[in-house]
Design a binder for this molecule. Structure first.
Ligand code: PMP
Length: 426
């Protein structure tokens, strides 16, 4: 199937988060903690579609609601629908700092619009991101993607001028952020600082416990808005997301993934009512307006799936259960790494588990010695991801594991066995 797909799809696949080596998987079925390929092989699924399926794949109570919404209203009308309001309201009830919310089609769109709203509201141009972070693939935000300091890394096809107003600071480096903010003052100031509150790439590069509070203080000092990208962390880190976990109030929050409960079109931006009102200000002539569109945004299917998924996540205490599964898995992994005396590290915050080669998490172009290790790291992790898949375990690119509520002692034991089988052969 993949060979045939290569004739019609560049590289054969669109989704390359699991691995493409030695060949991609063709998935036929997703259920609870498992995926099944077209050959009938079963895998424990820690990719979780990239994060949205906190309840487990194809969770029946949400599926039933989604089907009934399609039957009743159809998937899309292009007009206001009750679920558009219900989704915004349930997000606000759990994350009170998100006073108003606007649905979009993806996390990428939501990040893109968040910085547009920040610029409209503040009248300033510059934005600052944490180096290495992923905020989707829009032109301005691929700046310093994956590896701090790379600036236009992977940015072919994007004119240099696009990032003229984007600056970065090294992950967790508060003094560095202050310097960037000070420099921006000479260039009209900073509209917003955007961070993944766990650290770039869902905490692949960790930040300290009080990091977000310090960023908040600096934003207040320099009159910049604070944007939390909670595409991964919202509802996964608990009902209040990362902002509840760290008890730090952002001005704007970016959503994706779980806000459509694993269904298509997962994205949205929310925050302070006065700031969010910028997207509607066009109705009052003379007021600055951040333009937002989207034919399928806020369609009934996505909103209803998100609404019912969030309801179930709260009712089932899914973040806590998934987090306990993450703790168990990570503890087992750390033990195995010690036992086999291998140069790996594993760490987690609840259901977000990382597995890495020791010493390469802090890659930066400023450290040429470490940068030389990138191809070796890539190759090793790629081999590792493929070996895990051959042992029946799917991860995010071999180095990240999202646990869900559907995991259990059996799936965790199976996974640790798979790791041990590989460790034995290293
Ligand atoms: N921000 C973060 C932190 C993400 O992890 C992602 C997706 N992995 C995005 C933004 C982009 O979301 P989407 O893929 O829905 O465009």
């Amino acid at each position: 199937m993949i060979e045939e797909a290569k004739q019609y799809i560049p590289g054969g696949v669109q989704h390359n988060l699991a691995f493409n080596y030695p060949f991609p998987l063709a998935v036929a079925k997703a259920e609870g903690p498992y995926l099944y390929d077209v050959d009938g092989n079963r895998y424990v699924d820690y990719l979780q579609a990239g994060g949205p399926t906190l309840l487990g794949s194809n969770y029946l109570p949400v599926q039933e609601k989604a089907i009934s919404v399609i039957k009743e209203s159809g998937p899309c009308t292009g007009l206001f629908h009750e679920y558009e309001m219900k989704l915004a309201k349930i997000i606000h009830e759990n994350m009170p700092w998100v006073e108003m919310y606007r649905s979009l089609a993806s996390g990428t769109e939501a990040d893109m619009i968040a910085i547009r709203i920040a610029r409209t509201f503040t009248g300033k141009q510059r934005i600052v991101k944490m180096g290495g972070a992923y905020h989707g693939f829009s032109d301005q935000l691929v700046y310093s993607l994956h590896i701090p300091g790379t600036k236009t890394f992977e940015a072919h096809g994007i004119p240099k001028e696009v990032s003229a107003n984007t600056r970065e600071f090294y992950p967790g480096d508060i003094d560095g952020l202050r310097k960037v903010l000070e420099a921006n003052e000479k260039e009209g100031g900073t509209a917003a600082v955007i961070v993944e509150p766990l650290g770039p790439e869902s905490g692949t590069r960790m930040v300290s416990e009080n990091f977000n509070a310090k960023v908040r203080e600096l934003c207040d000092e320099f009159g910049a808005l604070l944007i939390f990208d909670e595409v991964v962390t919202a509802f996964r880190m608990g009902p209040g997301g990362a902002q509840g976990y760290f008890n730090v109030k952002p001005d704007l929050t970016v959503f994706g993934k779980i806000v459509a409960g694993g269904y298509p079109m997962a994205g949205g931006v929310g925050g302070r009512a006065d700031i969010m009102s910028c997207v509607a200000a066009g109705v009052k002539p003379g007021k600055p307006k951040a333009y937002v569109g989207g034919t399928l945004s806020a369609n009934p299917l996505s909103c209803a799936a998100g609404y019912y998924a969030i309801q179930e996540i709260i009712k089932q205490d899914a973040a806590k259960k998934a987090g306990e599964n993450g703790d168990k898995l990570c503890e087992g992994l750390v033990k195995l790494i010690d036992q086999y005396e291998l140069p790996f590290v594993a760490w987690n915050i609840g259901s977000i588990v990382h597995f890495e080669i020791s010493g390469v998490m802090y890659l930066s172009v400023e450290d040429p010695e470490l940068m030389q290790k990138i191809p070796a790291r890539q190759h090793c992790i790629e081999e590792f991801g493929a070996a895990l898949t051959a042992n029946g375990v799917i991860t995010l690119a071999g180095s990240r594991i999202y646990t869900s509520m559907a995991d259990n002692d059996e799936t965790i034991a199976f996974t640790l066995n798979a790791f041990e089988d590989i460790f034995k052969n290293l």
